[in-house]
Design a protein around this ligand. Structure first.
Ligand code: F0G
Length: 459
């Protein structure tokens, strides 16, 4: 029998208390934090939607796997369990474990990129961009044009602009492009999926120019679920099989196990090229550790191995994607502009559209994120001009979009938590005219969103 309500395919086994704060406490906390939500104490946050990274609830079987972890320095059985679980979905020749995704990025880009080179991506995540730029190379985003129109519905808004990729490779030449990256799902572009058809087309262009293709695969399972739901001819395929096809189209991947594998820490780099693998392993030993643990404890490797099995479960993915959409539906009903259609791991509020009185260089996304915290203790994350508006030379420009991401940790919050978030957002939207811009009073040279401080503009 089919019912309309899609339930959580689990029940709660252990609970964590949430601390309710007063309006005055939150007002004081955000001022002390310089209006930067990263500087808040997590105990001053009620519903924490800052990120879906490492914040998911592990399963009973993952906690059991933690107990099973073997901490041998070299050749631990936990390493072999991890390797088998990774290869089951991503059968690359070499798997190099790292403590999280950005460590894999740092190692790979150190090995392949440098000044004068350019790395295209559908849209770089902030750490990916920073790691490319740190080598002196240029990070270029090539999303399809539809991706830049938040209100526009498109089943695969994460797709790469294949014609633009071909043009870039023609203009710059294959030697200037050490790799092409496709991020699944496209996090900075709204958690939107990439179709198999698009991946195949990107692969064909990479083949024509002899350039390797890499996946930034953090949210591979959510991407594969969207392919199953939306791509013609894919509706009867197991998600694991779709994932294997995605992997078969690439020459390697970087991965954060803190996302779809529902672990609290971990990542890996995988490649087919033997010589590249050797260069990367040499770098791994410098900063991460021996190649059979790479910055992780044996117990972490086992939690990831178990999480990978759970990540491709259809009942879990159906619930996961529906629960994100459920929040999106509530916001649409409240008249709040969001990136459409709703993505996999997060809802993205269009702050530029909601707050037209605040110009991009007064950071409408940051203003909205601060307002959501002050109103109801909900912590989201600006993805806009604060995150992407600072050029390497220190000048500023508006980012393509000013969004606030409400990322949903996996299996962590219940439907009533999400109903509450919807109510907080609706209340803030009702008094949008009262909100004013912010000015930066301190910023570091790179990744400024983590530590910048702000003050409120009057007017
Ligand atoms: N690539 C993508 C697409 C990501 O979303 C992230 C992290 C990384 C790489 C880096 O992985 O955190 O394990 O080093 N995204 C988190 C987020 C932080 O909040 O979206 P990491």
């Amino acid at each position: 029998m089919a019912f309309r309500t899609i339930i959580e395919p689990f029940r709660i086994h252990s609970v964590e208390p949430l601390r309710l704060t007063t309006d005055e406490e939150r007002r004081a906390a955000i001022r002390e934090a310089g209006f930067n939500l990263f500087a808040l104490r997590a105990t001053d946050v009620l519903i924490d939607l800052l990120t879906d990274s490492g914040t998911g609830a592990m399963s009973r079987d993952q906690w059991a796997a933690i107990q099973h972890g073997d901490e041998s320095y070299a050749g631990s059985p936990s390493w072999y369990l991890f390797l088998d679980a990774v290869r089951e979905l991503f059968p690359f020749a070499h798997v190099i474990p790292t403590h999280q995704g950005r460590a894999a990025e740092k190692i790979l880009f150190t090995a392949i990129a440098g000044p004068g080179q350019v790395v295209p991506n559908n849209t770089h995540f902030d750490t990916t961009r920073a790691n490319v730029e740190f080598t002196g190379a240029e990070a270029v985003d090539l999303p399809i044009p539809e991706a830049l129109v938040p209100s526009l519905e498109h089943p695969f808004k994460g797709n790469m602009d294949v014609a633009a990729l071909e043009q870039l490779l023609t203009d710059r030449g294959r030697d200037a492009v050490p790799a092409v990256f496709v991020t699944v799902t496209n996090n900075s572009g709204g958690g939107q999926p990439v179709s198999l058809e698009n991946l195949r087309a990107v692969r064909a262009v990479c083949d024509a120019f002899g350039v390797p293709l890499f996946l930034d695969a953090c949210r591979f399972a959510e991407n594969a679920w969207f392919i199953r739901e939306r791509e013609p001819g894919q509706e009867n395929r197991p998600v694991a099989e779709i994932v294997r096809e995605m992997a078969s189209l690439a020459d390697g991947m970087t991965m954060s196990a803190k996302k779809d594998p529902i672990a609290n820490i971990g990542g890996w780099l995988a490649v087919n090229d033997d010589a590249l693998a050797e260069r990367c392993r040499n770098l791994l030993v410098l900063t991460e550790g021996f190649p059979t643990y790479g910055g992780l404890a044996g117990r972490d490797l086992e939690a990831i191995a178990q999480g990978l099995k759970e990540a491709v479960d259809h009942d879990y993915l159906r619930y996961r994607i529906r629960s994100t959409e459920y929040l999106g539906d509530a916001l649409i009903r409240a008249g709040i502009p969001i990136v459409r259609p709703t993505g996999g791991h997060a809802i993205y509020l269009d702050a530029r559209e909601l707050l037209p009185q605040i110009p991009p260089l007064e950071y409408p996304g940051q203003v909205l994120a601060v307002a959501l915290y002050e109103a109801g203790g909900v912590r989201g994350c600006e993805i806009g001009t604060v995150m992407f508006g600072r050029r390497p030379d220190g000048t500023e420009e508006p980012a393509a979009l000013d969004l606030v991401r409400l990322a949903i940790p996996r299996r962590t919050y219940t439907q009533s938590h999400i109903d509450y978030v919807g109510e907080v957002c609706a209340q803030v939207a009702e008094r949008r005219d009262e909100l004013r811009g912010l000015r930066i009073t301190y910023e570091p040279a790179a990744l400024r969103h983590f530590t910048a401080r702000f003050e409120q503009l009057n007017g």
